[in-house]
Design a protein around this ligand. Structure first.
Ligand SMILES: CC(C)(COP(=O)(O)OP(=O)(O)OC[C@H]1O[C@@H](n2cnc3c(N)ncnc32)[C@H](O)[C@@H]1OP(=O)(O)O)[C@@H](O)C(=O)NCCC(=O)NCCS
Length: 153
């Protein structure tokens, strides 16, 4: 069956943290929060973590901070065996619903310049490059700052 039809997107709970951290571990080259960092997000009143699950298995998640008039997108990550099934697109679209409900007009993020998959994905979702920070990651790789302006509020 089409993955989109079976995917459920819901708020993540503290009990999900091990599963979320497990997905992070699939990408050792990218910054990760780990169990402690993910748990800390549940104590941040601005923070929302959403999980995408198929048949009760979490396949990806997104974390963002609602800081009207904007949203800061901190993480979006999909399990390697579920890539290119529009899971990240579904998570992003759900975040956009939160943006609209909270009168947020722009989404900001930063991404490693070498992360071509993520940059392609963000471009596909309508993000534009808004700047660059030299040697932001580990004192080596530049960060690309990207922004999505929401016009349909
Ligand atoms: C970036 C990421 C979240 C995309 O997740 P995904 O669920 O595979 O993305 P989607 O299926 O929703 O992709 C939507 C569109 O984005 C673009 N895209 C996604 N992955 C791509 C890739 N590897 N190369 C080129 N374009 C890509 C495509 O246009 C794609 O549409 P298509 O499959 O019809 O061509 C995923 O690759 C990932 O988890 N990467 C590791 C973690 C990471 O880097 N996160 C971002 C920084 S926090």
């Amino acid at each position: 069956m089409d993955a989109l039809l079976t995917m459920n997107i819901r708020r993540a709970f503290r009990d999900d943290v091990e599963s979320l951290a497990g997905i992070e571990k699939e990408y050792p080259d990218y910054p990760a929060w780990g169990v402690k960092g993910l748990e800390a997000e549940f104590g941040n009143k601005h923070s929302v973590t959403l999980a995408a699950e198929e048949e009760k298995n979490i396949k990806g998640f997104i974390n963002f901070w609602i800081l009207p008039p904007g949203i800061q997108l901190n993480a979006i990550i999909v399990s390697r065996n579920s890539l290119r099934n529009k899971i990240a697109s579904g998570l992003m679209n759900k975040m956009l619903e939160y943006a609209k409900k909270n009168f947020c007009r722009e989404i900001d993020l930063e991404v490693n310049i070498k992360n071509e998959a993520a940059i392609s994905f963000y471009n596909k979702m309508g993000f534009k490059k808004a700047g660059q920070r030299a040697k932001f990651y580990n004192g080596k790789d530049d960060a690309v700052l990207m922004k999505l302006e929401i016009t349909s509020l």
